[in-house]
Structure formats: structure tokens, C-alpha cells
Design a protein around this ligand. Structure first.
Ligand code: NAD
Length: 488
């Protein structure tokens, strides 16, 4: 049976526990309370760290194959529970059910990938030197903390957990306070299906992330932090200690450009841009935040894009046909409104949307949709001076810019403090290659709306982060390199 979240969302040292207090979990579409989660404090977090430290020697000593078998069992159990997990996610995050299900299935693929990578994380033997060989070993870094966001509350969590466990590191998960339920349920499924020993996988839900994480960061026994969230908090984690170093992976904000070159397949580029912008109501770190269209195809492209946007159906994520859910909260909506008002003040034109959404009178939407809904919006006539051109919007608003040549498009696309993902659409391979090579982003999607695959490293340059998750590189974040010099 799934854990009753109103009683116990803390998994500490093999036991599900309640906290001294609980907090409400809201459905962002209706603002109704869907559950309560335990509100942990620093004491519970430190108890979990004690358990992780105690579990580490035995977990690192298990064979890589044994750990892989446990993770594959977790992946199979996630697939088997996909419908339930998707419903839990939609209930607290608001995204359409089909997107939630896709995220769950993607999480299972990531867990399988981590299982395989753990078995390949070997070292090497150097050429013989005088007296003996040298060995390069890779050893698990130690107890890890995974801090995850609300926007992809399953895939971000599973990606970290899988790599940490595969490498031999116990891991404490701290899900975002808006979405504790899906994180808790995934931890339960992975721990139970894999038969994980106490302390190897633990979960802490809290409304006091700074305090709880701060207590863990102050303890040098915590050897690794993997964080996905805002650049602001990511930077604060790096600054958090001046007494000891710790391995820190950061997956932070983004400001993705998309460039439509003059030889793009326009209908499929329009579909791809709409998908890459409006999935999860634009609340994705790799959402398109600036769309550059070549002047010669702008007039032909814009109606194709607007047609895609007009086809979006706003509503409760659990309702049949919904393709755009609410924003997570009204703070998110305020930012969206600020960006649109600023752009319009500076000369942009609202070509679609541009307002808060409420259910149409006499329509079929369920009653009580009081959440932070915003219409899918396209702004034309955007320029680089607008707030939206430099700040991450995290909402369903797409500004469109016109460009004249390739150099100009690439330079303007690179003009951002972020460097997570960029999208390019076209057919001349030489131009696509040149652009992909020059774009300063960790991920470049070529004619692809969804550049996330377990076998590709995921992560950003500049203020979008450090280290990578996934790909053959992902497990490195949980491994130390040790050199052994031998005289035999
Ligand atoms: P956030 O930084 O506020 O929260 C993310 C996580 O950090 C949550 O678990 C939260 O509880 C925790 N947290 C908050 N304050 C903290 C503190 N002082 N110390 C320690 N932990 C703290 O981010 P958000 O606004 O909830 O999430 C959206 C951001 O995440 C966006 O900027 C988005 O681009 C980014 N994101 C990045 C990726 C990526 O892979 N690069 C993926 C998804 C989201």
C-alpha cells in the first residue's frame, strides 16, 4: 500500500516516520488540500545522516551487479505503478496527466541507465613504471544529499538517486515542499522493490529547506550534494561553508534560445517550438525562452506557430484533453505578468493570450479552478532590451525575435548568463553543425523538441550549473578518483 502521506513521509534509517508538525500539499489547479506531509527539522536530517554514514561501508562493499539488480527492480516497479504515480504528480504539480506519465516512464529509463553505468564504473591500470604498475581506482564519494525541484519532481529525483546508489553512495532525498508526495512514493517504491538496507535511501520532507539543508551542509560527513533548482539557491549552496570542501553538482536555471533558420521544415519546427515552450506550462529549465526566426520565413512561420498555440487546451491536468495546466503558484504568475507588461510597454505585440486564464462561461471545465492559470501567450516584435529577453520566465509566454543572418542569431542566442539548452531548426547540415558548435549551451537540440535521453549528459554551462547528470559522464559526480602507485 502507498504510504499514507498524512502520517509518515520521512524515511529515516529504514522506518517511515511522522514529524513533529505537518504541512499542507495543494492541488495547484484548485488550491484544495490534497494531503499533508511531515515537516522535518534539522534533527531528523542529522539522524538520517547518521544512518547514511552507518550504511555506507556495507553499501559500497556490495557488488556493482547487486546494486544494479536492485535498481532494475526499482525501475520495473516504477513502470508497474506508472498510472498511480502520474496521478499523484498531477495532483500536486498540476501538469497534464500524459506529461506526468511520460516523466514517470522517463524516470524508469534513467534508473535502468544508472544500473548499467554502475557496472561500467571501473578504473584503469597505467603502463608499468620502475618497480610496479599504477592503478586508477574509482570509489564512491560517500553519503549524498539530493535536493530536487517541483517542476520535474520525479525525473530529477530518480536521476540523482539512481546514479548515487549505482556508484555505492547512500543518498538522502529532499523533495521540494510543493511536491513531496511523488518524491516520497518513488523513494518507497525504489527502496522496497530493491530491498535496500536501512539508511541507503532516505527521504526528508520539510518546509524549512534552508535550515534542514544548512544542518547537513555544516556536517563534513556529508560528502556530496546534488541540487536542481534556481541559480540563486545553487550559488548559496556553494557559498555555504568556508571550512570544508564537498563535491557539489548544480543543475540550475536556463534561458533557452530557439533558432529557426530559413531552410527549416516550418510545420515541424512550429510543432517542436510549441512543445518545447508550453510543456509543463513553460515551467521547465529547458523551456524555450527566446524564439529567433529568420526574417525570410517569419511571415510563413508565425501562423503555423499560432495555430499550434491555439490548439492548446487549458484546464485541470487530470481532465481529458488538457494540454496546459496551471502555474505552480501565484508568485510564478506575478513574474509572468511582469514580463508580459514590460514587453508590451517596450513595444511588443500580444499575438496570442496575454492574460490570466479562467474557465469560459458555459464551458465544460470542472468548477473550482482557482489556481494560477495563464493563457498560452506569444509576443511578437520582441527585442533584446525587454526583461523577458534576459530573465527566466518559467511560464507559458513565448517572445519572438527576427534575425537576418546566422552570426547574428548565434551571438544573440549566446547573450545570456545561462547556458543550459538551445534549439536549432534547419536542414543544411553545415550550418546546423556550425551553430551547434558555437552555441554556449550544455545541450543543443537539432530539430528536436525534447533533448533529454538517459544516454546523453544533461547539464549547463555558465550560471546554469556544474557537473552533468546522465550519459557516461553522470556517474562521475558520485565517484572519487584514487591513484595507487605500486612498488612490487
Ligand atoms: P528553488 O531553488 O527555490 O527550489 C529547489 C529546491 O531547493 C527545493 O527542493 C527547495 O526546497 C530547495 N531549497 C530552497 N531554498 C533552499 C535553501 N536556501 N537551501 C537549500 N535548499 C533550498 O527552485 P524552484 O523555483 O522551486 O525551481 C525552479 C528552478 O529550478 C528554475 O530556475 C529551473 O530552471 C530550475 N531547474 C533546473 C533544472 C536543471 O536540470 N538545470 C531542472 C529543473 C528545474
Amino acid at each position: 500500500m502507498p504510504v499514507d502521506p498524512s502520517t509518515a513521509t520521512l524515511l529515516i534509517d529504514g522506518e517511515w516516520r511522522t514529524g513533529a508538525a505537518t504541512f499542507e500539499v495543494l492541488d495547484p489547479a484548485t488550491l484544495e488540500v490534497v494531503a499533508h506531509a511531515a515537516d522535518a527539522g534539522p534533527e531528523e536530517a542529522l539522524t538520517a545522516l547518521d544512518a547514511a554514514c552507518a550504511a555506507f561501508p556495507a553499501w559500497r562493499a556490495t557488488s556493482a551487479e547487486e546494486r544494479a539488480t536492485a535498481l532494475r527492480a526499482g525501475a520495473a516497479a516504477i513502470r508497474a505503478a506508472a498510472d498511480t504515480l502520474a496521478a499523484i504528480m498531477t495532483g500536486e504539480n498540476g501538469k497534464p496527466l500524459h506529461e506526468a506519465r511520460g516523466e514517470v516512464m522517463g524516470s524508469a529509463r534513467m534508473l535502468d541507465w544508472a544500473a548499467e553505468e554502475g557496472r561500467r564504473a571501473g578504473g584503469r591500470v597505467t603502463p608499468q613504471a620502475a618497480g610496479g604498475p599504477g592503478l586508477v581506482l574509482r570509489a564512491p564519494v560517500g553519503p549524498a544529499l539530493a535536493i530536487t525541484p517541483w517542476n520535474f519532481p520525479a525525473s530529477m529525483l530518480v536521476r540523482k538517486v539512481g546514479l548515487a546508489l549505482a556508484a555505492g553512495c547512500p543518498v538522502i532525498v529532499k523533495p521540494a515542499e510543493q511536491t513531496p508526495l511523488i518524491g516520497t512514493e518513488l523513494v518507497r517504491i525504489i527502496a522496497e522493490a530493491g530491498g535496500l538496507p536501512a539508511g541507503v535511501l532516505q527521504s526528508i520532507t520539510t518546509t524549512r529547506p534552508a535550515e534542514v539543508v544548512g544542518a547537513l551542509l555544516a556536517d563534513p560527513r556529508l560528502r556530496k550534494v546534488s541540487f536542481t533548482g534556481s541559480t540563486e539557491v545553487g550559488l548559496s549552496l556553494i557559498r555555504s561553508t568556508d571550512t570544508h570542501l564537498r563535491r557539489t553538482s548544480l543543475e540550475l536555471g536556463g534561458h533557452s534560445p530557439a533558432i529557426v533558420f530559413e531552410d527549416a521544415d516550418l510545420p515541424s519546427a512550429a510543432a517542436a517550438v510549441a512543445a518545447a515552450k508550453f510543456a509543463n506550462a513553460g515551467q521547465s529549465c529547458i523551456a524555450v525562452n527566446r524564439l529567433f526566426v529568420h526574417r525570410s520565413v517569419y511571415e510563413a512561420f508565425l501562423p503555423l506557430l499560432l495555430e499550434r498555440v491555439a490548439a492548446l487546451r487549458v484546464g485541470h491536468g487530470a481532465d481529458e484533453g488538457t494540454t496546459l495546466g496551471p502555474l505552480i503558484d501565484f508568485a510564478g504568475l506575478d513574474k509572468v505578468e511582469r514580463h508580459v507588461a514590460d514587453a508590451v510597454k517596450r513595444g511588443a505585440t500580444v499575438a496570442a493570450g496575454g492574460r490570466r486564464w479562467s474557465p469560459p462561461e458555459g464551458g465544460t471545465a470542472r468548477p473550482g479552478l482557482g489556481g494560477a492559470f495563464y493563457e498560452p501567450t506569444v509576443l511578437t516584435g520582441a527585442d533584446d532590451s525587454m526583461l523577458i529577453s534576459s530573465e527566466e520566465t518559467f511560464g507559458p509566454v513565448l517572445p519572438v525575435y527576427v534575425f537576418d543572418d546566422e552570426d547574428e542569431a548565434v551571438e544573440r542566442a549566446n547573450t545570456t548568463d545561462y547556458g543550459l539548452a538551445a534549439y536549432i531548426f534547419g536542414s543544411a547540415l553545415a550550418r546546423l553543425w556550425r551553430a551547434a558548435d558555437r552555441l554556449e549551451f550544455g545541450i543543443v537540440a537539432v530539430n528536436d523538441p525534447a533533448p533529454v535521453r538517459p544516454e546523453l549528459p544533461f547539464g549547463g554551462m555558465k550560471n546554469s550549473g556544474q557537473e552533468r547528470e546522465g550519459g557516461s559522464e553522470g556517474i562521475d559526480a558520485y565517484l572519487e578518483t584514487k591513484s595507487i602507485s605500486m612498488k612490487l
